[in-house]
Design a protein around this ligand. Structure first.
Ligand SMILES: *Cc1c(COP(=O)(O)O)cnc(C)c1O
Length: 363
């Protein structure tokens, strides 16, 4: 027998973990600096770690109350109705729920190029098609409503990433509004704010809810995750914020018990630990400024916890840095063979990454 035709599906290859790289290089994993996945260099919130230990005795039952409690806390934080919070197994899981809820077979989505691969992957899993709009290096990867509207052709979902991965640029809420306004009534604009905590730009939840002078919209949704600023990437926890009129669709599309008891309890504790998030953001702001000023190459101003740097041959530079114990992201797979993305590390990690990259660039 055979699977269905999957030839259009990209194979997802997660970046190697520190342990694999260390084994290949014959190094101690502790001597490696891994700045390739935009993870939190300060680790998880200590409160979340305590919650994880305490949740251990609860894992023989399904995560009914843990799920309800976390959704209530997130809804409270954003002043939403709990049904508007589509909790999922990572932000990626929430993208799947949006695909399930919106895409009829053959429907298309419009995604940024370069951009986050999972938008297109999720659409294809759900029998959808993928079109793209370009962010141009010559224009500093600025994101404008025109770049999207010029190629828009009735797609069911338009993806915006703010701050954008891997470039670090943001989308103004006025542009989000214009895109939502000028696309069809049944086109959903999803604003992916996986790195929202690191940016000054306010959340597009204002457009979903009609706050601060914005009109409330039924065609804007927002994606958030616990993987980045909250430091819980390993637990897989994220959510979409959707407009109330169709929020009830979650019950028809979600995988039962979308997030685990351990993830929900940790997420709840992490939400309460404002101090950890503040320290994380402070540390990322320091690191991205350091990377921007100290790397001996052109960098793009970033509002995320990473910086995109221009090098001539990203694969060669990433490999050379890795041999010296510093792992950065080769952006060739994003369609940027001349760029590496460097995540914000601790002070020590970031300084080491800069010194190794500058050595490689000089060589
Ligand atoms: C990391 C990331 C996500 C979500 O990742 P999860 O770990 O699945 O929550 C979503 N969008 C972008 C652009 C990201 O970089």
């Amino acid at each position: 027998m055979q699977t269905r035709d999957l030839s259009e599906h990209a194979v997802y290859r997660a970046g190697e973990g520190s342990e694999e790289v260390a084994r290949e290089l014959g190094l101690d994993p502790d001597d490696l600096v891994k700045l390739s996945s935009n993870e939190n260099p300060l680790g998880p919130s200590p409160a979340a770690m305590t919650a994880i230990r305490e949740a251990a005795s609860e894992v023989h039952v399904y995560p009914k109350s843990a799920h309800t409690d976390l959704v209530a806390a997130i809804a409270d934080q954003w002043e939403l109705t709990p049904s508007q919070v589509w909790l999922a197994n990572g932000g990626d899981g929430a993208l799947d729920y949006l695909s399930r809820a919106l895409l009829d077979p053959g429907a298309a989505v419009l995604v940024p190029e370069p951009g986050f691969a999972y938008y297109g992957m999720s659409a294809r899993y759900h029998h959808g098609r993928v079109r793209s709009y370009s962010l141009r290096a010559e224009e500093g990867f600025t994101q404008s409503a025109d770049a999207v509207l010029d190629v828009y052709d009735g797609e069911r979902i338009v993806y915006l990433t703010s701050p954008h991965n891997p470039t670090g640029t943001v989308v103004d809420l006025a542009d989000v509004e214009r895109i939502a306004e000028e696309t069809n009534e049944d086109t959903l604009v999803v604003v992916d704010e996986a790195y929202g905590e690191f940016a000054e730009t306010p959340s597009a939840v204002r457009l979903v809810e009609g706050r601060e002078g914005w009109d409330a919209r039924e065609d804007v949704a927002v994606l958030r995750t616990f993987s980045k600023a909250y430091g819980l990437a390993g637990l897989r926890l994220g959510y979409a914020v959707v407009p109330e009129p169709w929020a009830g669709a979650y019950a028809r599309v979600n995988t039962p018990f979308a997030a685990s008891t351990v993830a929900c309890r940790a997420g709840l504790a992490a939400l309460d630990d404002r101090e950890h998030v503040e320290r994380t953001v402070e540390s990322a702001v320091w690191a991205r400024e350091y990377l921007e000023s100290e790397l001996d190459t052109k960098t793009h101003e970033s509002e995320g916890n990473f910086v995109l740097a221009k090098v001539s041959d990203a694969t060669a530079v990433a490999e050379a840095a890795q041999r010296r114990g510093v792992i950065v992201r080769d952006c060739t797979s994003f369609g940027l063979p001349e760029c590496v993305r460097v995540s914000c590390g601790t002070r020590e990690e970031t300084e080491r990454a800069v010194s190794v990259l500058n050595e490689v660039l000089a060589g």
